[in-house]
Design a protein around this ligand. Structure first.
Ligand code: HQG
Length: 181
């Protein structure tokens, strides 16, 4: 599959595995999985015929590894980023000293005032590196970078999880744990 197609399929999968499974008539399990065969049939019915090999290519590809198969390779789910009600049942994890968040200046006042909130998603997404945070912020404009005192937050009782593709998740970040870089 060429790059353009990989991106197109990846966007479609994001839409249905994170936000709108009902649009193609699939239902996710409470922890976000759907049978691969069910997904491929539903995509085919909705104008996106895709082989299992092509799906493998999207999942294993050099992108962010947004999707993962279960151990048997029979089911697939998005690793993070959902707006539909799923509980990925990820174990709690102790974060590194500092995590990073990339945003844009128009959100800065609100964020420094009320902290980071998950907005439409289930959790606030934090990055392990400044470079990743910069890329996340750059999706919306000139990136503004924030450091999160994650270890301190964790010691204060805030729970963190890390997704299968290395994104750090937490319910919210109170402003006292945030600094502008
Ligand atoms: C901002 C992509 C005002 C927040 C990326 C962000 C990431 C606030 C936006 C993943 C706020 C939410 C997530 C507050 C937060 N007031 N604005 N209190 N708290 N915000 O897309 O972190 O391609 O839901 O700064 O790579 O940008 O989908 O979160 O700008 O990993 O796989 O509200 O999405 O991954 O936006 O990105 P998002 P995000 P995928």
């Amino acid at each position: 599959m060429d790059k353009k197609n990989l991106i197109r399929v990846s966007k479609r999968l994001s839409r249905h595995l994170r936000h709108a499974p009902g649009d193609i008539g699939i239902t996710l399990t409470p922890d976000g999985w759907v049978d691969v065969d069910t997904l491929l049939a539903a995509l085919r019915r909705n104008g996106l015929p895709l082989t299992r090999t092509e799906l493998d290519e999207v999942v294993e590809g050099k992108n962010k590894r947004r999707f993962a198969f279960d151990e048997a390779g029979l089911r697939i789910r998005a690793s993070q980023g959902h707006s539909v009600d799923v509980d990925l049942a990820l174990p709690a994890a102790i974060p590194p000293e500092v995590l990073y968040h990339g945003t844009v200046s128009r959100f800065l006042d609100a964020i420094l005032h009320e902290g980071l909130r998950p907005m439409k998603r289930h959790a606030v997404h934090l990055s392990a590196t400044v470079d990743t945070a910069r890329a996340v912020g750059a999706r919306r404009g000139v990136p503004v970078l924030l450091a999160v005192d994650a270890r301190e937050m964790s010691a204060a009782g805030h729970e963190f999880q890390v997704s299968a593709n290395g994104v750090w998740l937490t319910a919210a970040v109170p402003p006292e744990f945030l600094r502008r870089l």
